[in-house]
Design a protein around this ligand. Structure first.
Ligand SMILES: Nc1nc2c(ncn2[C@@H]2O[C@H](COP(=O)(O)OP(=O)(O)OP(=O)(O)O)[C@@H](O)[C@H]2O)c(=O)[nH]1
Ligand SMILES: [Mg+2]
Length: 250
């Protein structure tokens, strides 16, 4: 093997993955999600850190995160709390700022996103050197469990309308379980303006615009067992507004 090929294979072997876990009132879910992430990442011999971004959850999520850090170590669990709830978009930016990996994994901490899919995303990324690998509920063996008809309809409808209006060539636009090359995500965040659910969609639409490559891995999404759901009609109106904005500007 010549030296440059050796360097590349070494680089692939030692890529570090920074897994961002934004939390707001996830005290029951946090120990389980962290245990699962560690189990699946260690089983696959991957290098990683878990960055917990808690926004002053009143239920004691941060105290739980400290206990978990004592248990698993400061190299694995990095705590980057903020004093109050400031929203998911800025939580990601905050987490990325402190990340030391060359790849970023974004996932929810409420057990809707199963960590067993992370090594599959990583494998897919390596295979084709994708810039982004996104989990999809709407392709192959992917699916949604535990949602009522209304919520399924909203999610399916949002994806369907967006497919027609923006033709992004990706089957799940509103999900957030994804793997990104860090520099690509930073670039995409810079060029995106949306907040909330539209943010996930805008990232993909912008990625296409900038000719980044995107792979998909089917995921099964499970509705949260603990904690409260927040999808209300204001989010739906926000989504429609955002979609129209993207349609008009892209
Ligand atoms: N740091 C931080 N995390 C948040 C904030 N809002 C939500 N989260 C976390 O972001 C992830 C996704 O939020 P969810 O509330 O599960 O949103 P959702 O999946 O669309 O809705 P439900 O699961 O139905 O409630 C979870 O891990 C939340 O704890 C926030 O303002 N700040
Ligand atoms: Mg959720």
């Amino acid at each position: 093997m010549n030296s440059s090929i050796k360097d590349i294979s070494k680089q692939i072997k030692y890529n570090k993955y920074s897994i961002l876990l934004p939390t707001y009132n996830e005290v029951e879910n946090l120990p389980i999600i962290i245990w699962l992430i560690i189990k699946y990442m260690d089983e696959s011999n991957l290098q990683y850190e878990i960055i917990v971004i808690d926004d002053g959850s009143p239920d004691g999520t941060f105290a739980m995160a400290i206990q978990l850090q004592n248990l698993y170590g400061k190299d694995k669990i990095v705590l980057r709390p903020r004093t109050k709830k400031m929203g998911l978009g800025t939580a990601y930016i905050h987490g990325i700022k402190y990340s030391t990996g060359s790849f970023i994994v974004i996932m929810d901490a409420d057990l809707s996103h199963h960590p067993k899919f992370i090594p599959r995303m990583i494998k897919k990324q390596k295979l084709y050197d994708y810039d982004i690998v996104t989990g999809t509920r709407y392709c192959g063996k992917g699916g949604v469990y535990g949602w009522d008809f209304r919520r399924k309809l909203i999610s399916r409808g949002a994806n369907f309308i967006t497919q027609i209006m923006l033709r992004p060539g990706v089957t799940d636009l509103t999900g957030s379980f994804r793997l990104y090359k860090k520099n690509v995500l930073e670039e995409l965040i810079k060029s995106s303006v949306s907040k909330g659910y539209v943010f996930q969609m805008e990232i993909i639409v912008r990625a296409r615009q900038l000719y980044y490559t995107i792979g998909e891995v089917p995921i099964s999404f499970v509705d949260r067992v603990y904690g409260e759901s927040k999808l209300g009609s204001s989010e739906i109106i926000q989504f429609i507004k955002g979609l129209l904005y993207l349609f008009a500007t892209i």
